[in-house]
Design a protein around this ligand. Structure first.
Ligand code: AMP
Length: 584
């Protein structure tokens, strides 16, 4: 980076000086450069250390059914899954797509895929058939592991068009009877009959997991991480959450989001803690009960979930204040200071904000013990990573050394959890990695004490709760409807989800703008894209505003979206709002 002056505070320099990633590699693999397998690091290592009896996963089903899985059981189960995948011809670095809710098979499959040297590619059940098919295509999935229900509802019709997909393994409901859908194998029958296989001796740089982020050009981009990312999860599991074998750790992320892989699978298991999994979606009364009854000590959730809990009011929260929580943290969007202090009042611990992205693979900036805390900020950069605020001046990136100056957040390349490559779409690596730095696309400012404050995205992505929505993906699908001539999708501010996608459409001749067509388009979008990606509102417009080069003028649409506050279907999935937390 041109004329870079160090923007680090003296405290950051001190932390960085005494820090070495090699120590974590030696702990996991016995040497700094030897073979490293994520699946083995999360399971077999603990069994070899005599901790096979400890509970690795405590699972609570949607209907309160429960299951405890020990480290020894998980090690053997994932070894059998690895054997089945290898037997089915999974090659080194081949990807396995997984379409499962938060059920035990999801976690065992991830570990089994890693042991078999495959690439774990979890997909969100909230997506509709179109986005799922696109992700299977781009990810070049060779094998799909799915629940029978999700497969039948969302993928069976695209199966014939998925050329690279060789096998489909279905996880059936316990009471399922009758034959399996055509061309599918029974996951349980195959795995139960297999003999556990030893984990492959993968290298730290071998690919291990693949997540998708929607880009601005329409096609979802795959972000690939390697086995060595586990060093980042071990370090941050300890530095941010203080995880030890005594902890019960709960991460509420959807399986399709990188947070679920990094902190809903890897970090707690590699630290030897008990991973608590709740199959159900956000339901504050249930969540308070779980925090209390399961003696959760460390919790990782999102501002959207926190805001939902806040809306349920103080009385409910206070009745569960007697809990075992030691640390509660948040990720995905800015966490306002009010939410931080609400955590302290309602649950007895403040919510600590953390920042990272799919590409960074692990937490990079955090309010964490030993790092200091500043409510409303994302926190300070963690050890082992160098962060800078940069501005583009005269065509060259310059580090900003003055406090509180807004610029793009850049990270010096080379931390272990950094993504290794993109797949699909154009060459974005060339655009975001320059001169040894990774440019995050986020605008931030750093205060005089080294705390980072989020300002916004540099591009037009729509951040809706935990989802990053690329406007072009939504627009492309709406254009498939015969009534739509042109369409622009932009974000609209939302109190709960931060932003929601709204669409502005002009119509083809012969179609009449009105409530009937609006309802039809909304339902078409939900069916094709799934509720998570579908626009919440559709406005009809005679002609879309354009730039002189013919590009849709998004700024103008955004202004209009804010002005159009009433009149359309708004957030139909919101939970009831019985009242806010009243400050004492
Ligand atoms: P994803 O890669 O989908 O996890 O999204 C990463 C993006 O989410 C970041 O680039 C930020 O724009 C946003 N983000 C994540 N954590 C935070 C945070 N603590 N505060 C503000 N924005 C965040």
């Amino acid at each position: 980076m041109a004329s870079a002056k160090s923007g680090k505070t003296s405290e950051e320099k001190n932390i960085a000086q005494g820090f070495s990633w090699d120590e974590f590699a030696v702990e996991l693999a016995g040497s700094a450069s030897g073979p490293l397998n994520l699946g083995a690091a999360c399971t077999d290592r603990h069994v070899a250390a005599g901790r096979g009896d400890a509970v690795a996963i405590r699972w609570i089903g949607r209907h309160q059914d429960r299951r405890n899985i020990g480290y020894d059981e998980l090690a053997a189960w994932s070894g059998r899954i690895a054997a089945v995948l290898s037997e089915l011809g999974l090659g080194h670095g081949d990807s396995v797509a997984v379409l499962l809710d938060r059920v035990p098979e999801l976690y065992a499959s991830a570990l089994g895929i890693w042991k078999a040297a495959g690439v774990y590619c979890p997909l969100s059940g909230a997506f509709g058939p179109g986005p799922l098919k696109a992700r299977l295509d781009v990810g070049q999935a060779r094998i799909l592991i799915a629940s029978e229900d999700l497969y039948l509802r969302k993928l069976v019709s695209s199966r014939a068009a998925l050329d690279g997909l060789r096998q489909v393994l279905l996880v059936r409901a316990e009471d399922a009877t009758g034959p399996l859908p055509e061309g599918c194998l029974d996951f349980k029958a195959l795995v139960d009959g297999a003999t556990p296989m030893a984990a492959h001796s993968t290298k730290a740089e071998d690919p291990a997991f693949l997540h998708f982020t929607s880009g601005t050009t329409g096609t979802p981009k795959g972000v690939v991480h390697a086995h060595g990312a586990v060093l980042g999860h071990l370090m941050t599991g300890r530095a941010v959450f203080g995880l030890t074998e005594a902890d019960v750790f709960w991460c509420t992320a959807d399986p399709g989001w990188v947070t679920s892989t990094a902190y809903g699978v890897i970090a707690p298991l590699v630290c030897g803690a008990t991973l608590l999994v709740d199959e159900a979606d956000v339901e504050p009364r249930r969540w308070y009960g779980i925090l209390h009854d399961e003696k959760v000590t460390a919790w990782y959730t999102t501002p959207t979930a926190i805001r939902t809990m806040m809306r349920f009011g103080a009385a409910l929260a206070r009745s569960y204040r007697d809990n075992s929580l030691r640390v509660a943290a948040s990720v995905g969007e800015p966490l306002n200071a009010e939410a931080v202090s609400w955590g302290a009042k309602a649950l007895g611990v403040p919510f600590l904000d953390t920042w990272w992205q799919t590409e960074t693979g692990a937490i990079i900036i955090a309010n964490a013990p030993g790092q200091g805390r500043r409510p409303g900020s994302m926190g300070r950069v963690l050890p082992g990573v160098e962060a800078a605020v940069v501005r583009c001046e005269d065509g060259a990136a310059q580090m900003v050394t003055d406090a509180d100056t807004v610029g793009e957040l850049a990270l010096r390349q080379g931390w272990p959890a950094m993504f290794s490559r993109y797949i699909g779409g154009d060459d974005r690596v060339g655009k975001c990695c320059r001169d040894g730095w990774y440019f995050t696309g986020d605008l931030v400012r750093r205060d005089a004490d080294g705390f980072f404050w989020f300002v916004g995205r540099a591009d037009d992505m729509i951040k809706c709760g935990a989802q990053q929505i690329g406007p072009f993906e939504v627009e492309g699908m709406l254009m498939d409807h015969p009534a739509v001539a042109e369409v622009g999708v932009v974000s609209k501010p939302d109190l709960l989800l931060r932003e929601v996608p709204v669409a502005f459409a002009s119509l083809n001749p012969g179609f009449e703008a009105g409530d009937a067509l609006r309802a039809e388009l909304l339902s078409f979008a939900r069916q094709e894209l799934g509720a998570a990606l579908a626009p919440r509102e559709i406005h009809f417009i005679a002609e879309l505003p354009k730039t002189s080069t013919g590009k849709i003028l998004r700024r103008a649409l955004k202004a209009r979206a804010v002005a159009e506050l009433d009149g359309n279907e708004l957030l139909p999935d919101l939970p009831p709002c019985p009242g806010r937390f009243d400050d004492e």
